[in-house]
Design a protein around this ligand. Sequence first.
Ligand SMILES: [Fe+2]
Length: 279
Amino acid sequence: MNTHLRLPVVAGIGLRAPHIAQVLAERPPVAWFEVHSENYYADGGPALAALDRIRADYPLSLHGVGMSLGSTDPLDATHLSKLERLVARVEPAAVSEHLCWSGIGGRHLNDLLPLPYTEEALDHVCSRVTQVQDALRRELLVENVSSYLAFADATIPEWEFVAAVATRTGCKLLCDVNNIYVNAVNHGFDADAYLAALPGAAIAEVHLAGFDASGPCLVDTHGAPVAPDVWALYARAIARFGPRPTLIEWDTDIPAFAVLEREAATAQSIMETRDAIAA
Ligand SMILES: [Fe+2]
């Protein structure tokens, strides 16, 4: 196994099932891959075997969608132990989860729901991030989510809440620039002010994806190319924070792998342009 225990500061690609055989056969020159952790929680089988082979050649990020970090249900010990086991197996360069909740009272919802941005919720989710970091004995990357509603009782702007989670727990941030853009449009705030409020040193990864704009609000579908306005916001984020490991996510209407490679190349060129300007 290669020894990539940190993500390279270049663009990578979210690896989904339709492309795994192609990646195994062709070994494309992709800098790193990210997979959804829960897809590899089985005790064995072909998916895990394929992941072992991919990990032998590429740095890997494990991205969770099912921890329900913000829920008031107890953390799911079985879920956490499966993640611990997967982390021990593949030695990922990063482990991330969402700043959200997705279940209550033992019932699970197939969505990443926003938290009420209150001091009480902040205390609660920080204790949960700490529990997960203690169990994994490593830093967790926590990702800001897209949302279509806000809580009337919220007292803290989303960007201050996200920043406080990192500051209080020592976790890193997975800054999803598309999610910031989607929320800025849906809730009517300034995306650049959001970026300015984040602790840059904590941002260990960036996500980019496409949204759907056909309805009354933007919907974070991960089913389209990165939008021009999101590329522009990403360029301003990179100008502000410096290059960061950047991942192209595409989860519905998944295109040919070459399309993802082109999106990653665009992100890479934006980072290199920033480096050239800085030099
Ligand atoms: Fe994301």
